[in-house]
Each structure stands twice: as structure tokens, then as C-alpha cells.
Design a protein around this ligand. Sequence first.
Ligand SMILES: Cc1cc2nc3c(=O)[nH]c(=O)nc-3n(C[C@H](O)[C@H](O)[C@H](O)COP(=O)(O)OP(=O)(O)OC[C@H]3O[C@@H](n4cnc5c(N)ncnc54)[C@H](O)[C@@H]3O)c2cc1C
Length: 533
Amino acid sequence: MTVLHDEVNVLVVGAGAAGAAFTWRLASLGVEVTCLEQGEWQRPESSLTALKNWESKRISERSPNPNIRRNPADYPILDDTSIIKPAIYNGVGGSTILWSAHTPRFRPSDFRVKSLDGVGADWPITYWDLAEYYEINDEIMGTSGLHGDPGNPPRAPRTTPPVPLGIAGSRIAKALNELKWHWWPSDGNILTQDRGSRRACNGCGPCEMGCATGARASVDITYWPEALALGAELRTGATVRRVLSDAAGKATGVEWVDITGQEHITHANIVVMAGNGIGTPRILLNSASKEHPRGIGNSSDQLGRNLMLHPIPVVTGVFDEDVESWSGNDAFALLIQEFYENDDTRDFKRGYEMQVTRGQGPLVTALGGFSLDVPWGTDHHDVFEQYFGRVATVAVTCEDLPHPNNKVTIDSTVTDRFGIPAARMWYELEENSKRMITHGVKSATDLLLKAGARETYAKPFAPAAGFHLMGTARMGNDPRESFVDQACRSHDVPNLLVIDGSVFASAAAVNPTPTLQAVALRAADLLREDALV
Ligand SMILES: Cc1cc2nc3c(=O)[nH]c(=O)nc-3n(C[C@H](O)[C@H](O)[C@H](O)COP(=O)(O)OP(=O)(O)OC[C@H]3O[C@@H](n4cnc5c(N)ncnc54)[C@H](O)[C@@H]3O)c2cc1C
């Protein structure tokens, strides 16, 4: 087959949260930028939240696990070596198509965990290097919330007021006040008032199915329209096979295949990886050559290692009264950071955040919800009645520490539709995480009981929660210990960048997306400042 060649200036791989932010920023600086995305555009109006059978779709063809969903653009991720299973989306918008849009920021201490607490690795940058980029990102994504949290650095007034606490959230807030535990209304990329073509959240619930009103942001409706209007190019159905390099080891472009199977080589001055914490190391490891025998840029053997995922135990409280837990956005209303910072009197390092999530719809409740036991047979209806609308769940996001054996590798015994080797996840829970989970489950249980729950059910571990993918091409000053430098440029291959969550040196105990988008925006500015584009 004839391979088709073309040439671009900056080439970005992946049109998700990071790729969209980076592409928009460079385009706004007048730089020619092209993004290749293996999936296609989504139509928000065809979102499954608009359908009556959304709940059954959620556990089948719209599962967040690509191994269950098996869309054409999904690639296999072998996960029998990982106790947490992958949750991603492949298409324009990336995993923000399915995300819950809870958007707390990292705290300043998260960037200095080694110096402060003797564990993990420090970032080569600080919170303050990202502060202005968090603001830009909050504005473009549209952020509901309330500025002024004394537990976090200051920020601009939020785009719209916070999402409602709801009946259960209000009870939990009251209990938090009585316990004197820190809480604050969550920041989230869900609008509570109309803004442009996006409507205010109607509280329908299953944000992770996509949002028919556009209240919940995803980057296909925020960054991408702006980036394209500025002249950026986005090619969909373009699956990148490998990054190419020359005899000097420099990146020269990428080899990719379109949906007809036609092979392409796009030559580029700068190659930027934004395929997420699994997709990025997969392609870079797959780009081994004579000059880069362990994968491009991987002389340190750090590529793929230090996979961090956030273990997330959940505790569900059952109330006697109807607390309308079928209503409201699905993942957050308030943020509890009482146990966030390191405390040497505890038996684990670092800490965790808790967030209050709503209950599930009727189908998932009938199947047991987050952690309930609903029997089939004669008692089913009675037990269902006791739970439906009467629960609140507290999810505990535990900071994960980096470990070299928690990693992403490639496995050529299984390939995607174009013969590109699969990714394999290797992940075990560290002792530190196990102790943190025990503490977090107790705190969440105490909180729910204080809020009036009659009983609680804990699931110490949510195997489906592999959606925060961090650390597999980490940032650092020492080329022996990290893959990219503070500007997201490969230590070995300066015209190769990684700008997604792969570069995180620590995982913090909050959702990662605003931070990875801030990192991507900053990397774009630094390319321009250093006159590399
Ligand atoms: C169910 C769910 C809930 C979530 N909730 C939250 C939340 O509340 N808050 C939060 O902060 N985060 C949340 N996340 C995580 C959030 O979605 C991710 O952190 C974020 O999308 C990662 O951005 P990214 O750009 O690194 O990767 P992605 O958004 O995953 O985008 C990567 C893109 O790269 C493309 N790609 C990969 N390989 C190739 C290739 N070889 N060729 C071409 N294209 C390629 C993919 O198709 C994909 O579109 C959630 C995720 C899920 C699935």
C-alpha cells in the first residue's frame, strides 16, 4: 500500500481534555497546530441522558470500561494484572465525554510531597506556576462553585453559583459543621445558569452518560469549537501507530492509519502526546527504534512506570426518609478536605478527600447501587423501597503514591483493529493505600451516621474506578528519575512533549483534570516563549 505523506508544524496526538486545551492555546498564539484523534465527534443532543433506557446502556454499550464497551475506536487494555479496571473514552472530547466534571485543584503541598512528607516525588514546578492556567481553564470550561474556601489558595469568582447540596447534602453539611470538619461547596465544570449555547443543569443525574443540555462541560463543546475557529486542524478517525525518529534520535512525526486502513506519515517539527496515562505510554513504548530501544525517549526506563490511580472506597448511608437521592448531578456537591494533608499521628502518609455523591437510578439501585445488597426473589421489592431515593454515598479519593511496578506496558499478543499492540495495566494496592482506605471508610461511616443515616454499607474498593490515570511519563528535573522536564519536554527528545496526566509526579487526593489541563496550557505557552514554534 502506498503510504501518504504530509507535513505540519505542531502535531498533537489525542483530542481529550489535555489535547484540546493545548491545541486551543497554541492556536490562540497564532501557531499552526494539527491534532490527530482516533475516535469521532459526539453529538450532545444524542446523549443517552436524553433516552429512557439510559441506565441499561450505562452498564453495557456506554460502559466507561473500553473492554466492555468495545467501540471501534477503543483499543484493548489488558487488565487481569490490575485490581482497578480502566475507565476512559476515545473520541473528540476524550474521557470528558463520560466524566462527572468534579474539578477541585491540587493544593500547594501536592507538588512537594517528597520534601514535605518524605514519600513519592516532588514536581519540578509549584502550584503557583499553574495558578494562572487554572483560572484560564476554569473560565473556558465554565465552573460552578464558590470562591473563598479558606483551605485552598484564592481564586476568581466562579462562573456560576455552586450546584445545589440537595436534601442529603444539606444533612451532611450540617453534620460536618457539628463535627467541625472542613467542607466547602465543590468546584465543578457544571453550569447552574445558562451560558451561551449551554443550558443550566437540570439535575437529571447521570452526568457520566453525557449531558444533553451542555450544562456539564466536555472539551468537544468548550475548547474545540474555539480552537477550530482560531484555525487549528482536527483530524478524526486517525489512529497513531508510533512516533517516528531520525538517526539523531529526534522525533520527525508520526505514522498513523485512517478508518479505511490507509497508512499515513505526517512529518512534524514538534510531536505532542495527549493520549492519557495509558494511551500515551502505549504509543511511546510502541515507538522503539535503534536509537530508542526501550521506547522513544525512554533511556531512564521510567516510561509506563509509576502508574497512579486513586483508590476510591465508597460508603453508602441509608436514611429512613426519602432524601430524593435520584436527583442532582451525580458525583459532587461538597468537598471535604479535613483529612487531606499529611498527619504523622496517623498510620499512613499523605491523605484523602471525601465527596458526597447522589444515589443511583432504579435499575442500578435494584442491582445494589454502589455498595448495597439487594436480593432477588420475594424480598426484592421491599428492600428496593427501603433504598431507592433514601441513600447518600460518600466517596473517598485516596492519594496514591508512585511505585515503579505499578505500570503500563505493551503486550503484542493482543492488538487493536489496526494491529497496534494492546496496553497492559499492572496495579496493586500499596500498604499505605490500604491503611488510608481503612481510615477513610471509618470517617465516611462516622459522617453518614452523624448525618442521620440508619445504617451504612462500605465497599472498601471500587474496581471500576480506573479513570484518574497519572504518572506514567512523569515530570522531574533528574533525567534518570523522570521522562519529561518542567516544560513537559522529553529529556531525551526535546521536540517530543507529553502534556497529559502521564506527567504527574504525584497524584494528590483530588480529581486530576483541571491540573492536567493547566499543565497543558502552560506547556503551550512555554513552547512559544522559548521560540520553539
Ligand atoms: C466515568 C469517568 C468519570 C470521571 N470523572 C472525573 C471528574 O469528576 N473529575 C476529573 O477531574 N476527572 C474525571 N475523569 C477523568 C477525566 O476524564 C480525565 O482525567 C481526562 O479526560 C484526561 O484527559 P486526557 O487528555 O489526558 O485524556 P483523555 O481525555 O482520555 O483523551 C485522550 C484522547 O487521546 C486519544 N488517543 C489515545 N491514543 C491515541 C492514538 N494512538 N491515536 C489517536 N488518538 C489517540 C483517545 O481517543 C482520547 O480521545 C473521569 C473519567 C471517567 C471515564
